[in-house]
Write a protein that binds this ligand. Structure first.
Ligand SMILES: [Zn+2]
Ligand SMILES: [Zn+2]
Ligand SMILES: [Zn+2]
Length: 259
């Protein structure tokens, strides 16, 4: 069965603080190059019949406005860290115009956190205007479908926290990992395009460095890999790009690819 054509937009490619970072005076945070300006990490996936986002961080509202996303069928969450869920309340706009709850796909652990963080959205007494969210429980073992898109969840490690990556046909999106087990690597292999997190050059306890991410991209033999979840400590986009081998690139906000 052939996979529907998908169009991917990088809505944000920054780490939890975004770039520029509040109150930072470093050269990267002061850069005038728009490729050095990174909202919190998220992607938009559009097929002829289905539109979804992976993660709704603090910049979700800005990202939906920038890209003028009029229709949104579902939100997929990788994990419950604030930089990936903080903007979820803004699905209210889609509730209003689409006249239905937003479908939210995540693991039980992630959805339990969502229910705590946005408790008012799940109370028995529904105040008008609160977000309406339909919880869709998924697990790392079972593929699921969102509209016409089959999605393969891939479990990766963020220090001790399990995080979900997602594979859509030939495209795989992984963020917030610093270790990937053999079984999950096998699920990624064969992808044409892989997005992988790479925080900076210096080691970090819960994120791949750029060097580690490049080595993993080579090990998995993926022809085109884009790095995301980038810190201001990575350096200037333009300079880092010149150091990378062919088929290995830093992602940037607004980057679009079609498969
Ligand atoms: Zn993150
Ligand atoms: Zn900075
Ligand atoms: Zn995280």
């Amino acid at each position: 069965m052939s996979y529907p054509p998908i169009h991917i937009t990088f809505l944000g490619t920054g780490t939890s603080s975004g770039v520029p970072m509040v109150a930072c005076d470093c050269a990267v945070c002061r850069s005038a190059d728009t490729k050095d300006q990174r909202l919190r990490s998220s992607i938009l996936i559009q097929s002829p019949g289905t539109t979804l986002v992976v993660d709704t961080g603090p910049d979700f509202r800005t990202q939906m406005l920038r890209k003028s996303v009029k229709k949104l069928d579902a939100v997929l969450l990788t994990h419950s860290h604030k930089d990936h869920i903080a903007g979820l309340d803004e699905v209210r706009a889609y509730n209003y115009f689409q006249k239905k709850p937003m479908e939210l796909y995540a693991t039980e652990a992630t959805l339990n956190r969502v229910k705590m963080e946005f408790d008012y959205a799940f109370s028995d007494f529904r105040v008008p205007g609160i977000p309406s969210i339909n919880l869709q429980y998924i697990n790392e073992r079972t593929a699921f479908t969102v509209g016409e898109l089959q999605v393969e969840p891939i479990s990766v490690w963020h220090m001790r926290m399990p995080v979900l990556g997602f594979r859509f046909g030939g495209f795989t999106y992984i963020t917030d990992a610093n270790r990937i087990d053999k079984a999950s690597k096998e699920k990624i292999q064969g992808s044409k395009v892989l997005v992988l997190n790479a925080l900076r050059h210096e080691p970090h306890i819960s994120h791949f460095t750029l060097k580690e991410a490049v080595a993993l991209a080579d090990e998995l033999e993926i022809p085109q890999v884009y790095f995301t979840h980038i810190s201001h400590q990575m350096g200037f986009h333009r300079e880092v790009e010149t150091t990378l081998p062919q088929g290995r690139n830093l992602a940037f906000d607004g980057l679009e690819i079609s498969l």
